[in-house]
Design a protein around this ligand. Structure first.
Ligand code: ADP
Ligand code: MG
Length: 474
């Protein structure tokens, strides 16, 4: 499944010229990031890291990933409404993981009070790798589904244009014309706009809940601009601002500085370091409100690694999606082996297997954002240490996916140009809107391909490991 430009990879003058065209094209197209030194100012910006060339993706697997996205949307939405399932599934985790426990407590508190929110908006991204089987046939395997703050839909809306130009410069016009158009920022904005409309107040705004450190602002701005183009006002606020200036009225309408908020779109709030006591209070205020949260806290919990692992148990998908056998089959086909480390015989057995053969597995804590998983020797050491303690329930085990590497150049500001052996991860954006019990929108909204050098086991684009890419279907 090699891409048809192996020939140019060793042609140094051609590569150098293409790289300089690529960087300027990225700047022109707005594939941008603020700098590490000045993450909250746009005076000086960098291009976001990306591959010089598109990466080959098997078209059948690409189509499979798109075809299952609406099913995943339904599944996440069903889990978020299933209090018993979340309670049962997360029971062991919340005993040992304080972060998940706090999220869970807010979830329960809001349910006890009675949900004020009646319109629900989900924006997720289901990520996959292409596992090379024993006979070399690649298979689509889900890495995880991100149900909060799934990023890079904005920036990746412009990467095909950049790669198209690079291919043309390299004399590959025919290949350039085959790159697929891709605009997740529009798809995401259409979901937000629909939720805003159903909320039903012309003067209400959409609030992006943003980080203290905002390096990836351009990714978000692209979605914001799509909303402004539809005459929907957007404000950007941090948890701190909500703590200081947010309030609810008697009908639990949310106000910021006197402005009513229809939709809260979280680009923050998914890791413990996003919260101090005030931020937890702000989160609770938002969750109690009538505003459409993207995601509501139940949907955030539906995206935990523990939930992912429980879904792989026989019969579980059937319970959650009754009467939808085809959807269940499509979803299950993407699952890799996932294993519980809960205290008991099942957990003991798999822990022993992983210690004996660590390269077959990945050890994952209940965390998001990259750089948390354990592999190989480190997996073995940690698991040996915690195998007899309840602490092990804060992790899950997963089969390690082993994709076929391909060569590419990773372009990063201030980094030398050199060829790397790379593997890619394909993400499909899902968007859905539910009003009461009725699904009014359920879509796949575009894709994201991220590529990294094989020496890095873990980590995404924001973590400085993976870079943006464009799929070239083969
Ligand atoms: P996070 O929430 O931190 O993004 P992920 O489950 O996506 O957690 O894991 C982070 C990265 O680790 C992935 O982007 C991928 O590169 C790598 N990874 C995760 N699971 C596997 C797996 N089963 N096999 C191989 N690599 C994996
Ligand atoms: Mg991930």
């Amino acid at each position: 499944m090699a891409a048809p430009w192996e020939d140019v990879l060793c042609n140094e003058p051609a590569i150098l010229e293409a790289a300089s065209v690529a960087v300027d094209a990225a700047l022109l197209e707005g594939v941008l990031m603020r700098t590490e030194r000045e993450p909250n100012a746009s005076d000086v910006v960098n291009y976001a890291p990306f591959t010089l060339l598109p990466s080959a993706v098997p078209s059948a697997l690409f189509e499979q990933a798109y075809a299952v996205q609406q099913d995943f949307n339904l599944l996440v939405d069903a889990i978020s409404q299933n209090k018993e399932f979340l309670e049962r599934t997360l029971a062991s985790t919340i005993k040992v993981d304080d972060f998940t426990a706090r999220l869970f407590r807010i979830h329960m508190q809001v349910l006890e009070e009675g949900l004020a929110q009646s319109v629900f908006l989900g924006i997720n991204r289901s990520d996959y790798m292409f596992d090379s089987g024993v006979d070399g046939t690649p298979a689509l395997k889900q890495i995880e589904i991100n149900t909060i703050a799934a990023s890079f839909g904005g920036l990746t809306s412009r990467t095909a244009a950049v790669h198209g130009q690079v291919l043309k410069v390299l004399g590959k016009s025919k290949e350039a014309s085959r790159l697929l158009p891709n605009n997740p920022s529009k798809g995401l904005a259409l979901g937000i706009a629909k939720a805003w409309e159903l909320y039903g107040s012309q003067s209400a705004v959409v609030m992006f809940l943003v980080e203290e450190v905002q390096r990836n602002i351009f990714d978000q701005r692209r979605v914001e601009n799509e909303l402004w183009n539809r005459n929907i006002r957007v404000i950007r606020k941090r948890f701190r601002d909500v703590f200081e200036k947010g309030s609810l009225d008697d009908a639990k309408r949310l106000y910021m500085d006197g402005q009513e908020v229809a939709v809260v779109y979280y680009r923050e709030g998914y890791v413990p370091k996003n919260y101090d006591q005030q931020n937890w209070e702000a989160r609770l205020l938002l969750e109690r409100s009538k505003a459409v949260k993207c995601p509501d806290i139940a949907t955030q919990l539906a995206g935990t690694k523990k939930v992912q692992q429980e879904l792989s148990r026989p019969g579980m998908l059937e319970q959650l999606l009754p009467g939808r056998d085809e959807a269940v089959a499509r979803i299950r086909a993407t699952f890799a082996g996932l294993y519980s480390l809960d205290v008991g015989e099942e957990g003991d057995k798999i822990a022993a297997r992983a210690i004996a053969d660590p390269d077959r597995f990945v050890l994952k804590p209940q965390r998001e954002g990259g750089g948390n998983n354990l592999y190989g020797e480190e997996l073995k050491q940690v698991l040996e240490k915690i195998r007899d303690s309840p602490e092990r329930t804060s992790y899950i085990l997963m089969d390690k996916i082993k994709p076929q590497p391909a060569r590419n150049y990773l372009l990063r500001a201030h980094s030398p140009l050199r060829v790397s052996e790379c593997i890619s991860e394909l993400g499909i954006f899902g968007v859905y809107v539910r009003q009461g019990k009725e699904m009014v929108m359920n879509k796949a909204a575009g894709h994201l391909l991220r590529t990294k050098a094989i020496e890095h086991a873990d980590g995404g684009v924001a973590a400085g490991v993976a870079v943006l890419d464009t799929p070239y279907l083969v």
